[in-house]
Design a protein around this ligand. Structure first.
Ligand SMILES: Nc1ncnc2c1ncn2[C@@H]1O[C@H](COP(=O)(O)OP(=O)(O)O)[C@@H](O)[C@H]1O
Ligand SMILES: CC(=O)N[C@@H](CCC(=O)OP(=O)(O)O)C(=O)O
Length: 262
């Protein structure tokens, strides 16, 4: 049996609404020798907790401004609550799972983003320790990774989950990354009607960002897609987690969501 690997990014926008069947699909894929690596977000849960604590939050081009206080909450929510919620759901649906953050074993090494003076402790990935991820997979477990990065001095960074997933996909050399979110793909208004684009090229994406047709949380997704398509990754598929059977279709058949190709 040949083992296929793929990286799946699960957005915080859709996590709470993912049906049990989604986790059962992951178990089926694992049983059929197809190994997923999951990188998750949790943006809405972070915002909710910051709100409860009375800490203001602001996004610049889809990235959260992160000071020390925000960083504590980001790590608590992502590496604590959300990561363990996913592991629990996977385990109760029969999928063997180990959750960790990018800090564990220095899995995700990071450096400050170029505009750190404006947005604070937000990181870009420098390296991903593929040996740890592969070791977990070789033990028969699905790795579930929270996107916190760390540098040599021990400084933590808040990394957008799309960016982290793209870096993990590149470093593992998988051919496909699947981005699960709350919309059925990249949408565009054509003749007054909103449609989901079946496929887009990098050039079309750049144009849609300029025209404002791609905005907010979709920007880090497409930027991460473009970055990892420059390596071994051949396609990035954006799909909705609410659609039954979407994962198996995206992995085995295609023809679902929006496919981004070079
Ligand atoms: N062209 C587009 N097509 C679809 N969604 C878009 C587009 N441009 C911006 N978006 C927004 O991106 C959102 C998904 O990003 P985000 O909320 O960050 O989700 P996630 O938590 O899954 O990362 C959509 O709900 C939508 O509001
Ligand atoms: C730098 C940055 O913006 N980090 C994100 C990390 C979580 C994330 O990316 O979650 P979603 O995938 O649900 O958007 C944040 O603080 O919200």
């Amino acid at each position: 049996m040949t083992t296929q690997r793929f990286v799946m990014k699960c957005g915080g926008s859709t996590l709470a609404a993912l049906p049990d069947s989604f986790f059962a699909e992951l178990r089926e894929l694992q049983n059929s020798g197809i190994s997923p690596v999951i990188v998750h977000g949790g943006g809405p849960a972070i915002s909710e907790t910051l709100d409860k604590l009375g800490i203001e939050t602001e996004f610049v081009q889809g990235l959260r401004k992160t000071n020390d206080q925000v960083l504590d909450v980001v790590e608590m929510v992502l590496a604590g609550r959300i990561n363990k919620e996913i592991v629990r759901k996977m385990e109760t649906n029969g999928a063997k799972t180990i959750g960790l953050s990018g800090v564990d074993g220095m899995l995700i090494k990071a450096r400050p983003v170029a505009n750190a003076s404006e947005i604070g402790f937000v990181g870009d990935v420098t390296t991903v320790n593929a040996t740890i991820v592969e070791g977990i997979m070789n033990m028969g477990y699905i790795p579930v990774i929270a996107p916190i990065g760390i540098d040599e001095s021990g400084q933590r960074y808040n990394i957008n989950a799309d960016t982290a997933a793209g870096a993990v996909a590149s470093q593992l050399g998988v051919s496909r990354m699947i981005v699960v979110t709350d919309v059925p793909g990249i949408m565009k208004t054509v003749d007054g009607q909103k449609i989901t684009l079946p496929s887009v090229t990098v050039a079309e994406i750049e144009e849609m960002i300029v025209t404002g047709e791609i905005y907010g949380g979709m920007i880090p997704k497409v930027r991460a897609a473009i970055a990892c398509l420059q390596g071994n990754v051949q396609e990035v598929v954006i799909v909705s987690g609410a659609q039954e059977g979407v994962l198996t279709e995206a992995v085995k058949a295609g023809g679902v969501g929006t496919v981004i190709k070079q």
